[in-house]
Design a protein around this ligand. Structure first.
Ligand SMILES: [Zn+2]
Length: 150
């Protein structure tokens, strides 16, 4: 299958420079939902150079500035789905810039945290979920050890 981000439809392309493109999302989660994609067809974050990573964040800023000018949203959700388990469907890294508007959701609290609302524990209350997902002391210790190896 042809990559939709390497070969986006012309009408979806808003911006392009040496490293990134900004595209209109074809399945928007909100009005003005944009995607910032590296020009390199990279599936994994670590395939990108530091320069490419920075360019993605600069693209995010540009997308937000221009969305503010166009629609004056009240906030944004920003996110990248990395890997199939995280919901990545197109194997070309893309950062979502989703404008948010007062009142577009009855319960906006939690924002991108809701990206994992449909995992198996969706029937648990928020508090139960926090308890279930909280790391054990053992896990925290392990994670700290990994960080210390840096
Ligand atoms: Zn691609």
């Amino acid at each position: 299958m042809e990559c939709p981000f390497c070969n986006p439809p012309k009408e979806a392309l808003l911006y392009e420079d040496g490293l990134i493109k900004i595209l209109i999302d074809s399945y928007p989660a909100g009005r003005g939902h944009l995607l910032v994609v590296p020009k390199k067809h990279a599936k994994e974050w670590n395939e990108l150079t530091r320069e490419e990573k920075m360019a993605i964040f600069e693209g995010m800023e540009l997308a937000m500035e221009n969305l503010k000018k166009a629609f004056n949203p009240d906030g944004f959700n920003i996110g990248i789905n990395l890997g199939r388990a995280a919901g990545q469907t197109v194997e070309h890294i893309h950062l979502h810039v989703i404008p948010r508007y007062e009142g577009d959701s009855k319960f906006p609290r939690g924002g991108v945290r809701k990206a994992v609302l449909d995992i198996e524990d969706e029937n648990l209350s928020l508090k139960e979920r926090w308890i279930k997902n909280r790391m054990s002391e053992e896990e925290i210790k392990k994670l700290k050890e990994v960080f210390e190896l840096e």
